[in-house]
Ligand binder design. Structure first.
Ligand code: F6R
Length: 260
């Protein structure tokens, strides 16, 4: 696992966007796996800037989002499809038919999950998967105890996730959907490259756990340790509890091709 420590959120977002830009430039028809939540907003802002100012071309890109709330109304701004439109899809030239976000509808959700897995396979698999990490160590909505071999399915959200996401729902836990359709850990691990981003002091303990602790379904992000091509980009706050912090900085210093 490569760990890059940026000085702040802005630099973390720039590094992540640069890695995604390199992927798109190397393979213009890349399949991108995308994440929602607060963390990637700066990365998407930077990608939009690259599209507008540098002509970064999304015309041949295909996207698959990690997850979607179940039972959330179609027009709700926190529906992940709407979040993605507002932050990226409506601001770049990605083709609408190349966009895939899991269903928000309970009816037919199980069939949808199997279909989603097939679509990812038909697209040739995900080339680069962007990830955030939840306070309980989840990637996508793979809450603690999710099998590390799990596939796209319906998950019940952990109370800590509901609490963490209440900030997007008028700080009212009761308004946060309790279920989601999510790619599994096994699905995520099949991407050719993983890029996890995390910032803030509140993530420092869980960041330490998934990078330096054991591989365990209690912290599903720890499954990144099993992936041969995983990059983690942190800000100083999120990296603050890492035992190997100085080593990671030293390694990056030796790297000939920096991300920034
Ligand atoms: C979102 C997702 C989640 C978030 C995680 C962190 O698509 O898959 O795993 O990445 O909950 O969320 P933020 O970035 O809001 O801290």
């Amino acid at each position: 696992m490569e760990v890059v420590i940026a000085k702040d959120y802005k630099e973390m977002s720039k590094i992540a966007a640069n890695i995604i830009r390199d992927q798109i430039q190397r393979k213009p028809n890349s399949v991108l796996g995308l994440a929602t939540g607060g963390t990637p907003i700066g990365t998407y802002e930077e990608l939009v800037r690259m599209h507008k100012e540098e002509g970064l071309d999304f015309a041949k890109i295909t996207t698959f989002n990690l997850d979607e709330y179940l039972d959330i109304p179609d027009n709700h701004p926190e529906r992940y499809l709407n979040f993605m439109k507002a932050n990226l899809f409506d601001k770049v030239n990605v083709r609408p038919e190349a966009i895939h976000v899991p269903t928000n509808k309970r009816k037919g959700a199980e069939e949808f999950c199997a279909w989603y897995e097939d679509e990812i396979e038909k697209a040739g698999g995900v080339d680069l998967q962007l990830l955030g990490i939840g306070p309980d160590g989840h990637i996508a909505f793979n809450e603690p105890s999710s099998s590390l071999a799990s596939r796209t399915r319906i998950k019940t959200l952990d109370e800590s996730t509901i609490e963490a996401n209440a900030r997007f729902f008028d700080n009212d836990n009761a308004k946060v959907p309790k279920f989601a359709v999510t790619m599994g850990v096994g699905t995520v691990l099949e991407a050719k490259k993983l890029l996890l981003i995390a910032n803030k002091k509140s993530k420092a303990a869980i960041v330490k756990a998934f990078i330096e602790g054991p591989v365990t379904s209690m912290v599903t992000a720890s499954a990144l340790q099993l992936h041969p091509n995983a990059i983690v980009v942190l800000d100083e706050d999120a990296a603050s509890e890492l035992q190997l912090k100085d080593y990671f900085k030293w390694v990056y210093k030796q790297k000939p091709d920096k991300y920034l």
